[in-house]
Structures are given as structure tokens and as C-alpha cells.
Design a protein around this ligand. Structure first.
Ligand SMILES: N[C@@H](CCC(=O)N[C@@H](CS)C(=O)NCC(=O)O)C(=O)O
Length: 206
């Protein structure tokens, strides 16, 4: 298998943590994007017409796009305990938490790109404010949503850790200090990182 990655992307981290959990690293060629995922000349665009990472090429040659789909593929391919429950209430609970965290990421990554790549005079600030208000409401819900899971590792809790750590990593640009406003989320994520090496080993970096 071949996987397009970057060190900073929370979507990539989700997939890398599943890859490690399922012990499939030795079967996967990791391709680091040479510049950034936003670069139209980056070679990952030749493999994924959507221009996004992560993107996974299966051994048959076919490509999978989208971090949740790739995570589920890897989770089914490995022999370790499943991170995505196959059916019933545990599946919907884990996926519901996953999607809440993903929604905050989807709200925020284009906004961050704008802040990093465009001059401030070109920022769509009223839209940013709307998205941040949605994010703040969603963080309050996230805190309640993780409670029933404790420190269990599944696709939902794993993605919540990806979100929280990424938010702290990009804190300066995002301008909403999670440590100040949601200290419980920060405390929970650090417990999760201490408990699970697949999380600690995949923390975002430049
Ligand atoms: N829904 C996608 C989102 C992936 C995504 O947006 N990745 C970012 C990196 S964090 C990206 O490749 N952005 C490139 C761009 O928007 O041009 C997933 O779950 O994989």
C-alpha cells in the first residue's frame, strides 16, 4: 500500500494511528508531501484529483480518498481489535463522536489555510466568526460526548484526540485557547496520549 501524508494534518494522523494500531506500517509506503497539501504542484495531486491528503493506494492499485474510509479499510485489513465497531449501538456511538470532531476540523482547516496563506485584508472574517461560534458550541458538546467512553480507544475518541492536539498545535493562528476554555478536553487528551503509544507517536509537528 502507498499512503500520502503530512506531519501536521489531523486527518492524516487519524489514519496513521489506525495503521499503527493494526500493525500495518511495514506493509505501507509512506509518502510525505514535499511542500504542503495546499500546493497545486505537490505530486499527491496526480494521485488524488481532489487534491487532499490522506490518500491510500491499495495493493490492487485502486485509490481510497477520505480519512474515515481509509481508516475503516485499514481497520478491517488488520488483525488487532477493531477501532470501528462493526455494528449496533457501539458503531453509531463511535461514529457519532468521530463526526462531531471531524465537523470541527472541516469547519476550521479551510479557515486556517486562509489565515496562513492570504494577507489579512483578504480574510472572510464574518464567515470565520460564524464558524468559530459553531466550533465553540461543538466543543461544549464534545466534552459531554467523550464522557461515556472514558479512556477507551475507538475511532471516535481517537479522532477527538486528533482534533484537540491539532487545535493546540495551531492555537496561535486559531485565536481560541482551548486550554483556557475547555481544560477538561486538554486533560483528557493528555491522558489518552499517555495511555496509547499510537497516539503519542503521531502527534502533529511541522
Ligand atoms: N474529508 C477529508 C479532509 C482531508 C483534508 O482536508 N486534508 C487537508 C490536509 S489537513 C488537505 O489535504 N487540504 C488540501 C487542500 O484543501 O487543498 C478527509 O477526511 O480525509
Amino acid at each position: 500500500m502507498k499512503l500520502w501524508i503530512s506531519k501536521a494534518s489531523p486527518f492524516v494522523r487519524k489514519v496513521l494511528a489506525v495503521l499503527k494500531h493494526q500493525q500495518l506500517e511495514s506493509k505501507t509506503e509512506l509518502q510525505l508531501v514535499p511542500t504542503t497539501s495546499f500546493d497545486p504542484n505537490s505530486p499527491h495531486n496526480q494521485d488524488n484529483p481532489l487534491g487532499r491528503i490522506p490518500a491510500l493506494q491499495r495493493n490492487c492499485g485502486n485509490w481510497l480518498f477520505g480519512s474515515l474510509l481509509i481508516a475503516e479499510y485499514l481497520d478491517q485489513k488488520g488483525n488487532q481489535p477493531k477501532l470501528i465497531p462493526e455494528s449496533g449501538k457501539p458503531r453509531w456511538a463511535a461514529l457519532a463522536l468521530h463526526n462531531l470532531a471531524d465537523g470541527i476540523l472541516e469547519n476550521t482547516t479551510p479557515m486556517l489555510a486562509e489565515k496562513m496563506l492570504r494577507p489579512e485584508t483578504e480574510w472572510w472574517t464574518s464567515r470565520h466568526q460564524q464558524l468559530m461560534e459553531r466550533n465553540i458550541r461543538s466543543f461544549a458538546q464534545l466534552e459531554k460526548a467523550i464522557e461515556p467512553f472514558g479512556t477507551e480507544l475507538n475511532i471516535g475518541t481517537l479522532n477527538a484526540v486528533c482534533l484537540i492536539d491539532w487545535w493546540q498545535f495551531r492555537n496561535e493562528k486559531l485565536g481560541y485557547d482551548l486550554a483556557k476554555h475547555q481544560p477538561n478536553l486538554i486533560g483528557w487528551a493528555s491522558e489518552m496520549n499517555a495511555k496509547y503509544p499510537v497516539l503519542a507517536e503521531t502527534k502533529p509537528s511541522v
